[in-house]
Ligand binder design. Sequence first.
Ligand SMILES: Cc1cc2nc3c(=O)[nH]c(=O)nc-3n(C[C@H](O)[C@H](O)[C@H](O)COP(=O)(O)OP(=O)(O)OC[C@H]3O[C@@H](n4cnc5c(N)ncnc54)[C@H](O)[C@@H]3O)c2cc1C
Length: 438
Amino acid sequence: MKIRVIGGGIAGSEVALSLAGSGLSVELYEMRPSVSTGVHNSGDFAELVCSNSLKSESLENASGLLKEEGLKLGTHLLKIALKHRVPAGKALAVDRRAFSEEVTRLIESHPLISLKREEVYELDTENHINVVCTGPLTSERLESFLRGMFGEDLFFFDAVAPIVDAESILTEKAFVADRYSNGDGDYINCPLTQEEYSVFWRELVEAEVIEVENFSDRLLFERCQPVEEIARSGFDALRFGPMKPVGLIDPATGREAYATVQLRKENSQGTLLGLVGFQTRLKWGEQARVFSLIPALKEADFVRYGVMHRNTYLNSPLIIDPQLSARDYRRLFFAGQITGLEGYVEAMVSGRIAAINVKRFLEDRESLVLPPTTMTGGLIEHITVAGRTPLKPVYANFGLLPGVKGRGKVDRNRKKVSRAREDLDLFLERWRLDHNDL
Ligand SMILES: Cc1cc2nc3c(=O)[nH]c(=O)nc-3n(C[C@H](O)[C@H](O)[C@H](O)COP(=O)(O)OP(=O)(O)OC[C@H]3O[C@@H](n4cnc5c(N)ncnc54)[C@H](O)[C@@H]3O)c2cc1C
């Protein structure tokens, strides 16, 4: 039985290095450079397609916690990232070329990794183990093969506005109101003065966007315009579009503001809020910088950035088990963004977990399922617990972890972090796992 890793992006490179590192032979299939995704620029493995930031390392931050866990679990790509870091304050940013060149060198020189530079468009789930890591831009032929296996439980979407953690909104700079008071107070409004709007508008039109080859013009006209495109059509265009203040009276002034951004609940508890009409192609770092110029969002935690691109992912809660294999095909594993876990570090860590469970499956050992109080366990639980359908892709955030009591958000997050660290250490001790154990 062969082990086939499909996709040499972030997750697939981790899976291949993890499995080969534990003494198993793998075939790694990567379609680049002969077939393009439209976003990757090279034929290298583990190319970081956009920002070179792997986000914060601080343990006050969900991504910092995920990184610490990933390192404790022995994630190869995180160790390589640390070697190629460039100064970026509290964030782990890397020299992207040096990073993917080293991953490529390690993969190409590994005696147990056999490289196949070709597109895979069907899977033999009877005779081989397959680990599918083809990411958000899975080739169309493989996507249609997967659709044949899983039917409509495969998603493809392309235009999402950013989502923020409701607790991070500066409530004194916002107000609850529906336009012309029509409704039950479903919207949180973030007003801007003329001066604030001018600064915001200028930064928005000048911000960097993600260039996607063959980005469909149809989308821009038929579906929705990215907020930066609307802004580019004129200084006031946003005030007649997604930032229209009409009918929204700010109780602080008794008047309509110069411009207003509306936030709407993204989940029934109202802990996540989406920026209405703010679908965007801005780079993720740019989204954080520019959208934080909206006064109420000055300290906003972006739980999800806006995207406008093809994004293939499975309705994982119906398809995948917490060991990251398909419920109906035990030899078929998934990792990375195709599972609904979004972000570089999420892809790395999910690759590591999938590899661990492939090895354990082959040895007939119990699968490794981390406690849901850890960030890794919380992420995997989120994408694999039935009932959470349809799935919306997520990256590490504290809202995924079970609640704790505390004074304010910072205190509660700190408690979640200490619990996660303790639980992971206990778990690793109980399972007698160390860095090298697969
Ligand atoms: C435009 C864009 C911008 C993003 N910006 C950021 C960001 O700034 N920060 C962040 O953390 N995350 C970002 N993400 C998300 C991030 O890219 C992904 O989370 C991460 O790269 C996913 O890793 P992956 O291994 O799942 O997929 P990828 O890294 O995309 O790897 C998938 C690999 O599979 C290959 N492949 C696809 N189909 C086939 C096939 N049929 N046969 C063989 N090979 C195949 C592809 O060529 C690719 O190399 C962005 C995503 C996109 C699309």
